[in-house]
Design a protein. Structure first.
Length: 294
């Protein structure tokens, strides 16, 4: 039976090298929940793929040509701000981050140079940091031009190249890894409650109001965000989950492990996770993105 282990903070996970590059099967689902009047969550699932647009040729062939997939991108954002500000914040943050990664990441290099499946790409961590800083600036600019100047958002993403996954994180949305029935939390909540618990080396109070105050986010603070970035090696059978706190408010890590281990495919996992969050109260928007390594 699947089991859960508590978060121990971001860390690099390194396992034996797989025999070939894995592929990713993924799905996502977002829901308003049972209490909130609108949905301020957003998510993206994308396949990174080289492409070429032929404008003229002889013989007269033209159109798009695409190469083999070079990677996968998963993103979850949970917006904050009244009067629709949260919806805007999560959307523009994802757009800015994805735009930067699409134009600046060295992801094409893997195919061009035929790198080994576990090889890291130089500059990925720096570009992920820059992408989140760009997302922060975009949210602040959108807030300055609207009636909600203090809008903000969390953002958690996974960028997967072959057997290598990079996880970048700001806020209290989470990333999990289920491997061989054991659930590991890959991210630590950037809340004041968690920070105080870390400093005191004591368990976090689940009822503290400080659980709702973020010290690290995109757009909501005058300070620049402090992204946490880690690299891990994924294996066949692994399941990655990215989710907003609307899920983890009502569904425990043990329940998450059970649901991820029991469902037949990522789409079913997402549906059952969202259903469980709503059954537990549904007090917030809930979003789940699940990727299974095949």
């Amino acid at each position: 039976m699947p089991s859960a282990i508590p978060a121990s903070g971001p860390r690099d996970v390194d396992q034996r090298e797989p025999s070939r590059e894995p592929s990713i099967d993924s799905a996502g689902l977002t829901d308003r929940g049972r209490v909130r009047p609108n949905n301020e969550d957003a998510f993206v699932i994308a396949t990174l793929q080289r492409s070429m647009l032929v404008q003229a040729a002889s013989p007269a062939e033209h159109g798009w040509f695409t190469g083999n997939p070079a990677g996968s991108l998963l993103v979850v954002a949970d917006g904050m701000g009244g009067q629709g500000g949260g919806e805007v914040a999560s959307r523009v943050a994802i757009e800015a981050v994805v735009d930067h990664l699409l134009n600046c990441m060295p992801w094409v290099a893997r195919r061009r140079s035929r790198m080994p499946p576990r090889a890291s790409l130089a500059g990925v961590r720096q570009e992920l940091t820059t992408a989140l800083v760009q997302g922060d600036a975009t949210v602040k600019n959108a807030g300055a031009q609207s009636s909600t100047p203090h809008m903000g958002t969390t953002l958690t993403l996974a960028l997967i190249f072959g057997s290598i996954a990079y996880v970048a994180h700001v806020g209290d949305s989470r990333a999990y890894l289920l491997r061989n029935g054991v659930l590991s939390r890959l991210t630590r909540d950037h809340t004041l409650a968690q920070r105080l618990a870390d400093e005191a080396q004591a368990p976090m109070d689940p009822d503290s109001q400080l659980n709702h105050i973020l010290w690290n986010s995109l757009g909501a603070s005058e300070d620049l965000p402090e992204p946490e970035i880690q690299k891990l090696v994924v294996e066949a059978g692994d399941v990655l989950l990215l989710c907003s706190d609307g899920l983890t408010k009502h569904v425990s890590d043990v329940q998450i492990a059970d649901l991820l281990g029991a469902c037949a495919n990522p789409a079913e996992c997402c549906a059952k996770l969202v259903e469980s969050a709503n059954a537990g109260g549904g007090t917030d928007n809930v979003t789940a993105v699940v990727a299974r390594v095949k």
